[in-house]
Design a binder for this molecule. Structure first.
Ligand SMILES: [Cu+2]
Length: 230
């Protein structure tokens, strides 16, 4: 057996471990794949909003129409790839540090294996933000399982409503602790990505939010998606 094949098999094995553990946990009940997520309307919302010219920087063409609530010429779709088919790049958001204006939409494009986009506070990484701020609306995509042979790319479109910093993590297995975190609109010298990531690494547990919220699930053609890091 070639080394290449061994690597691939190891990747598959680890993916299985990482991808299935917390989705099966009782706490994730509301987010199981195949649950009643509002998938049907998502594709329509996205019509005209698809990423027209994917660029690895994650910032794409302006929204020119479609379903953006407060769309203007300067609003953008900012694409973020979630995970990767490559093992050592599978626990990352790419890019993991972005800025976005109110009216922009951050479009998470899910790669393998099975990840979430979930919002925490800075102070309590790997925990839904509602646990530290009961008034926060919060963001949670639910678990989005992706297999190797899918013909479209599943998305979670998250409208940006204000300029407040957002701290995002993946609530799957130990992904948050292993560095699957990102920040939006951080300008603070102390509450930044590096500090958030360091705190996440020390979190004692990784908890998904109870409810799907803060965005719209959908699908886009592979050709319109940013290729995941490999
Ligand atoms: Cu993950």
């Amino acid at each position: 057996m070639h080394f290449h094949q061994i690597s691939f098999l190891a990747a598959v094995a680890l993916c299985s471990l990482l991808g299935l553990s917390s989705a099966e946990s009782p706490g994730a009940g509301g987010d199981k794949p195949g649950g009643d997520k509002p998938k049907a309307s998502a594709t329509k919302t996205l019509t005209g909003l698809s990423v027209a010219s994917a660029s690895p920087t994650g910032t794409n063409s302006p929204i020119t129409g479609g379903g953006a609530a407060s769309g203007s010429a300067s609003n953008k779709i900012i694409a973020v790839v979630v995970g990767s088919p490559t093992l050592n790049k599978s626990l990352v958001f790419t890019p993991n540090e972005i800025s976005a204006k109110p009216g922009d939409i951050v479009q998470f494009q899910f790669s393998q294996i099975n990840h979430t986009v979930t919002q925490s506070s800075f102070a309590e990484p790997c925990m839904p933000i509602q646990q530290s701020d009961a008034t926060a609306a919060g963001v949670h995509s639910g678990f989005v399982p992706v297999s190797a042979n899918e013909t479209t790319v599943q998305t979670f479109d998250m409208p940006i409503n204000d300029t407040k910093p957002m701290f995002i993590y993946c609530a799957q297995g130990p992904h948050c602790q292993l560095g699957m975190v990102m920040t939006i609109n951080v300008s603070n010298q102390t509450e930044n990505l590096a500090a958030y990531k360091a705190a996440a690494a020390k979190a004692t547990k990784n908890v998904p939010a109870n409810n799907f919220q803060g965005g719209v699930l959908g699908n886009i053609p592979k050709a319109d998606a940013i290729p995941p890091p490999v």
